[in-house]
Design a protein around this ligand. Structure first.
Ligand SMILES: C[S@@+](CC[C@H](N)C(=O)[O-])C[C@H]1O[C@@H](n2cnc3c(N)ncnc32)[C@H](O)[C@@H]1O
Length: 203
């Protein structure tokens, strides 16, 4: 599945970047949510599964020490060309190259939607590893009343209920602090969800 996600996005990276790779394509309430969340983070930020890199660049414009990582080389090339002053790296959210305690915050904005439900614990535990004690995680996802497959333009994806995803976060070492949902209008009427979580102190 992971290699299928990578190859499918590789084929469509330019199209995705053209359609969705700028902050003008982001819903204003999402911009507000992420900006407000980031303002409460102390320390560097990781944009995990950054795609074309627009969130990384935006967070840096806000003054945050943000970097982006994505498994798709085409996205990282695009991100570096579009935002030359921002740091981007090819990497896998299931096994990040960063040492433990590297970040104050991790943004996983729709980047876990392609994980099969039984594999989502892996990146969440990886985020817990690279976050500093008390570090903050923001996950954006498509929300539903349960976990179920989603008709996605690029490759197989899943919708999650906030409750089930919250349990995965708790199991990975986080406390859930806030849950948000919003509906959207045509042409993409899928409900959107976001969970803000904080790494539970050890012990
Ligand atoms: C729906 S896109 C979201 C991209 C970006 N966060 C945004 O808001 O536009 C999903 C992204 O997650 C990345 N991704 C999925 N699984 C990944 C993994 N295991 N490691 C790194 N990136 C991954 C994909 O390559 C893709 O860029």
């Amino acid at each position: 599945m992971a290699s299928e996600v990578s190859s499918s996005y590789s084929r469509r990276a330019a199209e995705y970047a053209e359609r969705l790779g700028s902050m003008t394509a982001v819903h204003p309430s999402d911009v507000h949510l992420v900006s407000t969340w980031a303002a409460g983070v102390e320390g560097p930020l990781l944009d995990a599964g950054c795609g074309p890199g627009h969130w990384t660049a935006y967070l840096r414009e806000l003054g945050h020490d943000a970097r982006g990582v994505d498994q798709v080389a085409g996205f990282i090339e695009h991100a570096r060309a579009s935002h030359p002053s921002a740091p981007f790296a090819i990497g896998n959210v299931d096994a990040l190259d960063d040492p433990a305690d590297s970040y104050g915050g991790v943004l996983a904005w729709y980047s876990l939607i392609h994980h099969e439900p039984e594999t989502i614990r892996r990146p969440l535990e990886e985020f817990a590893r690279v976050l500093r004690p008390g570090g903050r995680l923001l996950v954006g996802f498509f929300v539903a009343d349960n976990v179920k497959p989603l008709d996605h333009a690029v490759v197989a994806a899943y919708q999650w209920s906030s409750a089930v995803l919250g349990k995965e976060l708790i199991a990975a070492g986080f406390d859930v602090e806030e849950t948000h949902t919003r509906t959207a209008s045509a042409p993409n009427p899928r409900p959107h969800g976001a969970i803000l979580a904080r790494l539970r102190p050890a012990g």
